[in-house]
Design a protein around this ligand. Structure first.
Ligand SMILES: *Cc1c(COP(=O)(O)O)cnc(C)c1O
Length: 392
């Protein structure tokens, strides 16, 4: 077994494998002069909609654009409240604020790390006293590639008249067994609309920035098309102000080519997760991810939990194993949100989990040998802790 560095993710190998085809995307854009919009964008939108099982896909500039546009198109405006979880990337809450709304948090489930539906229900029960300031939307975040408990979230949302917007930025191709429809549904096809990010490190990544909104709602799709393009319905006809938030043609062409590989890549991620689960199964003080039987995660991240997380992370880092933290500080404790008035202890599950999570290297190209190396290092670390704490 070699002791080469094990990177946290690999953005080189998949692009080398497709290099000639990706370069030809660039070449055809150069030769046609079509850089913004056009056939390459439309073809990708069609294929991604088909892949997700939705009627529409609208390519936009980033996942953050996708979230912001989906909220605005769904009718969220100044003075509304939008609920999400504290353990997500700040883009989720930035989009809420930028749509003019106030961020409301509810805590997560300690096993799946996704929104705790009972807490959502409890919270809404209390805020029904709020009258005109009722929350108007909820954004479940399909964290680490695993879909939230959407049947239950939709049931609660309908009870209180909330729009459900999925943050599917980490969950391209993840599946959810809908009890109400008795079939597997893909991330992005379950809520009123969904946001995807094609940031390079995501499961489907561009060679630059990109994002998309998926929806079955023609009206929302149409509004997102206007929002991404300065509010234009057609050239120089502005019925409202919008944004500069388009997906460019080269990125769309690249994404279309990479989308063909995505099912295979997702399978490899799932296979790698299985092997990690097996290898880590008997390791003391390591909690492996929980995948309920009603989801098929695409393991954007493989996240374990352990006490003394920071020491383990340093130990691995010193031995050429890169890891990540997603995310170390829950959003309600970030300075950016101090004005919301939350304090430590408000979301105890998110806070506890934030101190224990550790994301191990995870990507389709990761080999079994590399995974064994990672787990060997973790075992070494645990036995050194046992030694120290038993006073040997
Ligand atoms: C990456 C990500 C986003 C933002 O996507 P960008 O393309 O970087 O704007 C939003 N939410 C989650 C959960 C993400 O992981």
């Amino acid at each position: 077994m070699t002791d080469d560095k094990i990177p946290f993710l690999d953005l080189i190998t998949p692009h080398i494998e497709l290099e000639d085809e990706l370069v030809s995307v660039f070449r055809s854009a150069l030769r046609s002069g079509g850089f913004i919009g056009g056939a390459m964008v439309e073809e990708f939108e069609e294929e991604f909609a088909r892949y997700c099982g939705t009627k529409h896909c609208v390519g936009v500039g980033s996942g953050t654009d996708a979230l912001r546009f989906a909220l605005i198109a769904a009718g969220i405006k100044e003075g509304d409240r939008v609920i999400t979880v504290p353990n997500t990337f700040i883009a989720t809450t930035e989009a809420i604020t930028q749509a003019g709304a106030r961020v409301d948090f509810v805590d997560i489930d300690p096993e799946t790390y996704n929104m705790d539906v009972n807490k959502l229900d409890d919270y809404l029960k209390k805020t029904s006293a709020f009258g005109p300031c009722m929350p108007r939307a909820v954004i479940p975040v399909h964290l680490y590639g695993q879909i939230s408990d959407m049947d239950s979230i939709i049931e609660v949302a309908e009870k209180y008249g909330l729009v459900v917007i999925e943050d599917a930025c980490q969950a391209h191709g993840a599946e959810y067994l809908s009890q109400t429809e008795n079939r597997w549904k893909k991330a992005g096809s379950i809520g009123k609309a969904a946001a995807f990010s094609f940031y390079p490190g995501k499961n489907l990544g561009a060679c630059g920035e990109g994002g998309a909104v998926t929806t079955n709602d023609e009206r929302i799709a149409q509004k997102v098309r206007m929002l991404r393009d300065h509010g234009q319905e057609k050239k120089y006809l502005h019925r409202m102000e919008g944004y500069n938030g388009r997906l460019d043609a080269i990125q769309a062409g690249i994404l279309k080519r990479k989308l063909a590989e995505l099912p295979k890549w997702s399978e490899k991620r799932r296979r790698n997760a299985c092997l990690y689960n097996e290898l880590l199964g008997d390791v003391e003080d390591v909690v492996t991810p929980c995948e309920p039987r009603w989801v098929r995660s695409v393991y954007h991240l493989y996240v374990i939990r352990t006490h003394r997380r920071d020491e383990l992370r340093d130990y691995l880092s010193a031995r050429q194993v890169s890891t990540g933290l997603h995310y170390p500080i829950p959003l309600h404790l970030q300075e950016a949100y101090s004005s919301l008035g939350y304090t430590k202890g408000d979301f105890s599950v998110s806070e506890k989990v934030a101190g224990e999570i550790l994301s191990l290297p995870m990507y389709p190209e990761l080999t079994g040998d590399q995974q064994r190396q990672v787990v060997e290092r973790i075992k070494e670390w645990q036995s050194s802790v046992r030694h120290r704490t038993s006073g040997v």
